[in-house]
Design a protein around this ligand. Structure first.
Ligand code: C2E
Ligand code: MG
Ligand code: MG
Ligand code: MG
Length: 287
């Protein structure tokens, strides 16, 4: 019967609508709950910085660390940065938490230097919101002064897409930061759409080649060519090159052959707590 069929179809439609609505509501509630937990996480001391070694490709020597934010909730499941960093950015929480990250990383680096450990670089991720909204220059200046860390140890990592937002203001901010003696690295390079002409106008010190290229290096001659071209271009511009996400000796060798100087990746170590980092990777010996 046609009426029954129509009725059924309508019911199905309604059910589907209801189903999607409930699902959306559920996702939104989860989102909000997570955001509220993140709001409290700083006061509850649930954030911690882990450190991943940055090392030379030619001799394996560790030259520095990248500070990576970890959230270790006292109750509830742990959530990775890929999930919670976007939430921090959407809610604006990235500004105070990013400032906390900067302070912690600078204080840690200065403690290591004071203890006599050799460390050339402490890399800290800066989100586009921090570059745009916050008085980032003053914050970096104060954090360096308060911690006593020499400015040339601090390297700020800005993603390629972050550099493309609001380019005129970004240029001014980067120049001022550079004026403090701080270095600037482009993070996740290759995932955005920046041109050589644009990048060459920015005050940059380092390109970090995105892990996705490193992953495909040996199976894709096309990606190998892109990486080769990126490295040639970067060297031409006087930029250092760090390859992200190196997981094997073969990848390290390949990247070294293409002209990269530095790497980080699970082949050497994931990010680990500060005490482990000093124990495993820092030395007091010269060289
Ligand atoms: P990123 O800045 O590109 O950091 C490198 C990410 O790659 C880290 O993920 C690191 O654990 C991972 N990684 C390093 N080597 C390997 C490898 O060999 N294999 C694989 N599979 N992964 C590797 P993590 O810690 O999960 O952070 C993800 C992203 O979250 C970071 O990417 C960064 O964009 C953001 N993030 C982390 N901490 C902060 C922070 O304090 N502030 C801001 N604004 N963003 C942060
Ligand atoms: Mg980074
Ligand atoms: Mg990166
Ligand atoms: Mg990355």
């Amino acid at each position: 019967h046609a009426d029954t069929a129509l009725h059924k179809a309508k019911q199905r439609g309604r059910q589907q609508v209801t189903f999607y609505r409930e699902d959306d509501g559920h996702a939104a509630r989860q989102h909000l709950a997570l955001e509220n937990r993140l709001r409290q996480a700083l006061n509850r001391n649930e954030f911690q910085l882990y450190y991943q070694p940055l090392a030379r490709l030619d001799n394996g020597k560790v030259v520095g660390a990248e500070a990576l934010l970890r959230w270790l909730p006292k109750d509830g499941q742990s959530v990775g940065p890929a999930e919670f960093i976007p939430l921090l950015e959407d809610s604006g929480l990235i500004v105070p938490i990013g400032q906390w990250v900067l302070e912690q990383a600078c204080e840690q680096a200065q403690r290591w230097l004071q203890a006599g450990f050799k460390l050339q670089t402490m890399a800290v991720n800066i989100s586009p919101a921090q570059l745009k909204l916050a008085p980032v220059l003053r914050q970096v200046q104060h954090t360096l002064a308060n911690s006593g860390l020499p400015a040339d140890i601090l390297e700020l990592e800005v993603t390629e897409s972050g550099l493309l937002e609001n380019s005129r203001k970004t240029l001014a901010v980067l120049n001022n930061l550079r004026g403090l003696g701080v270095r600037i690295a482009v993070d996740d390079f290759g995932t955005g759409y920046s041109s050589l002409a644009y990048l060459s106008q920015l005050p940059l010190d380092k390109l970090k080649i995105d892990r996705s290229f490193v992953m495909r290096l040996h199976e894709s001659p096309r990606d190998a060519s892109i990486v080769r071209a990126i490295i040639a271009m970067a060297n031409e511009l006087g930029l250092h090159i760090l390859a992200e996400g190196v997981e094997s000796a073969e990848q390290a060798q390949h990247l070294s052959g293409l002209g990269a100087q530095l790497f980080q990746g699970f082949w050497l170590s994931p990010a680990i707590p500060a005490e482990c980092f000093a124990e495993q990777f820092l030395s007091r010996q010269p060289g």
